[in-house]
Design a protein around this ligand. Structure first.
Ligand code: DOR
Ligand code: ZN
Length: 347
């Protein structure tokens, strides 16, 4: 049995770091294991301009004194976004992508896009300048079942955008369905997908069967088991179009354990050990490095990290903190629901 695993230091290509006391409390959880992360812009108010992204990047750096961690910023696309500002921020190295939230799809998405024709010119400018688009791929129509929203989005929104603007590089974020995996596999160019830690582990029964478990609720919501298996197959396949984006999304416990609880699973603390367990169980430990440290960097045109991260296997299950205490309240750490034998070696 393999006891140690040394990897190129991983990157997280989809991360929520929030702001203020929450940022200060949870940012070290990502910076400990990850070299870089694509930082989501869905703050209140959202990060829309290059200047706002630059200021947010400074706040992140201030929250992580001395850490070897590079935040890769994104801008939140609105129908009023300024293409010239997006292109200039990208050219200046301030941002690495633009994030598309369909209006109303998820946490703090009210300023997102309702009419996709109104951002067509922005997509064209981004394609021309090589700015990637990160997509939250769910339709928001009340008459579409929540479990179908990703598949319908592909047909009604994503595929038409990609056909209309063929040069646009797109990352389908946090894919949750076999439909999305098939769509990405079928694309001949310019399309990648992130997969979260939790969607490799939970299906919708974990959220709903035998009692409702708010800490497993996120968006897109976990689907049925066949979809989880398709995600696991994609993540462990070695296909370079699939890479890790944890979507680690902290909310203080009272906001999750509520009559109307927020969406988001917080996986920053234990993602690497949990993924090692998942890949080991799938007989694919040798493919973990590519998934967490090669494919995403390559897709974004970034150099792979020079540093390394070593994981060690122990016989007894590893204990992780159940909660991270922050100035904004306690945040529950994702519980994979099975013993994890891997831990990150002291560096
Ligand atoms: O579960 C989620 N939480 N999905 C998202 O798309 C947003 C995120 C958040 O910001 O809490
Ligand atoms: Zn997210």
């Amino acid at each position: 049995m393999q006891r140690t695993l040394t990897l190129t230091r991983p990157d997280d290509f989809h991360l929520h770091l929030r702001d203020g006391a929450m940022l200060t409390g949870i940012a070290p959880e990502s910076a400990r294991d990850f070299a870089r992360a694509i930082i989501m812009p869905n703050l209140v108010p959202p990060v829309v301009t290059g200047a706002q992204a630059q200021a947010y990047r400074e706040r992140i750096r201030t929250a992580l004194p001395g850490a070897d961690f590079t935040p890769l910023m994104t801008l939140y696309l609105t129908e009023a976004s300024d293409s010239a500002d997006i292109v200039a921020a990208h050219r200046a190295g301030i941002i690495h992508a633009v994030k598309l939230y369909p209006a109303g799809a998820t946490t703090n998405s009210d300023s997102g896009v309702g009419d996709f024709d109104r951002v067509r010119a922005t997509f064209e400018a981004m394609a021309e300048a090589g700015v990637p688009l990160c997509v939250h791929g769910e339709v928001t129509d009340a008459d579409i079942d929540i479990f179908d929203r990703e598949a319908v989005f592909i047909d009604r929104v994503l595929d038409p955008i990609r056909r209309a603007v063929p040069g646009l590089r797109v990352i389908m974020e946090h894919v949750t369905t076999a439909d999305a995996v098939a769509y990405v596999r079928g694309a001949d160019r310019g399309l990648g997908a992130t997969i979260t830690t939790h969607h490799l582990i939970i299906n919708r029964n974990h959220i709903l069967a035998g009692g409702i478990r708010p800490h497993y609720y996120c968006l897109p919501v976990a689907k049925r088991e066949t979809h989880r298996q398709a995600l696991l197959k994609a993540a462990t396949s070695g296909d370079a179009r699939f890479f890790l984006g944890t979507d680690s999304a902290p909310h203080a416990d009272p906001a999750k354990e509520a009559a109307c609880g927020c969406a988001g699973c917080f996986t920053a603390t234990n993602t690497m050990p949990v993924l090692a367990e998942v890949f080991e169980r799938a007989g694919a430990l040798d493919r973990l490095e590519a998934f967490v440290a090669h494919h995403g960097a390559d897709f974004y045109g970034l150099p792979r990290n020079a540093g390394q991260l070593t994981l060690e296997r122990q016989d007894a299950p590893v204990r992780f903190p159940e909660k991270i205490e922050t100035g904004a309240g306690p945040v529950t750490v994702f519980d994979p629901g099975f013993p994890v034998h891997w831990r990150v070696a002291a560096g």
